[in-house]
Design a protein around this ligand. Sequence first.
Ligand code: NDP
Ligand code: OXD
Length: 314
Amino acid sequence: MALLFFSKSDRDGAFENKFRQALSELAPELEVRTWPDVGDAKDIQYAALWLPPPGLFDALPNLTHIFALSAGVDRLLRAPDLPQHVPIYRLEEGGMGTPMSEYVLFGVLQAQRQMHVLADAQQAKQWTRDAIEPAAANWHVGILGAGVLASAVATRLVNNGYPVSTWSRSRKQLNGVTSYAGPNEQIEFCSNLNTLVCLLPLTAETEGLLDASFFNQLPRGTALINVARGEHCVDEDLINALDSGQISSALLDVFHEEPLPQDHPFWQHPRVQITPHIAAPTAGDVAAKQVAQGVADAVAGREPKGFVDRGMGY
Ligand code: NDP
Ligand code: OXD
């Protein structure tokens, strides 16, 4: 019984070391091999992957379960050689709830305290004390998505005194959070927001959602935080919305192309803050725990957690 590991962005091997160490303690009977050192490919039943290279799946004739080392599976689902009959399981939480909550809380706080206005004043050496600083209780945060990470973020924001609403496909019940569901409730969801956070999975339905018409549904001056996927956002529309003041500032962790190309206008835009897809890194040991449990479930004939519905795209 063997598992094949691959993680594209693990340049220094730190994630792999943590993952392997934890997995060897939790599932000592499981042999872990790292792509491209597949050994006898017929042994590989399980794969744990982040951004697998082309050809990886073609080399694995006996694969029964694919564990994504990520919450989002959009890129995995686009792998040209992805076997259609092998089920995929994604990380649920994966140690990402706390860092994601901290990142979004930081973004919400700086928008609420009007830090972009104060930064402009500093540049101009102006002692500006009239930046509006509404209380957290009057700063409405709307989260697109109400899944595992959005729930963690919403709870953190509620605990910090912000009114929070979420928008998802199905209605949710989360303490202190107002839930909106479906396209019919999108306008109402948008109507009184101060900060909009995108935490949707990237699917055929959500791609390009953050476009000019969406921005125009928001109150003028809404701050945007996109921590989901770059493809949710129509970049040109966001730049226009920032230039017109419809969107006051954008904190962006994800982009159509990563790394963000050197000539992309986001780099220089005075109202855009960029981070390199680090809002919530997967924790190697937590991922190992979920994968070990998934393998144990598979061996026992149970469905592992985190099943991805390929039709829905998440
Ligand atoms: P989940 O699958 O748990 O939650 C997804 C949520 O989106 C659900 O509430 C779902 O609704 C909602 N949703 C899906 N499609 C639609 C739609 N068409 N209309 C309205 N709502 C919709 O995902 P996670 O919370 O685990 O992760 C969210 C995303 O965060 C990931 O897909 C990934 O892209 C991104 N991410 C980014 C990271 C970073 O570092 N920047 C790190 C980790 C994740 P319903 O509940 O009704 O199904
Ligand atoms: C994820 C991510 O989806 O890191 O887990 O973006």
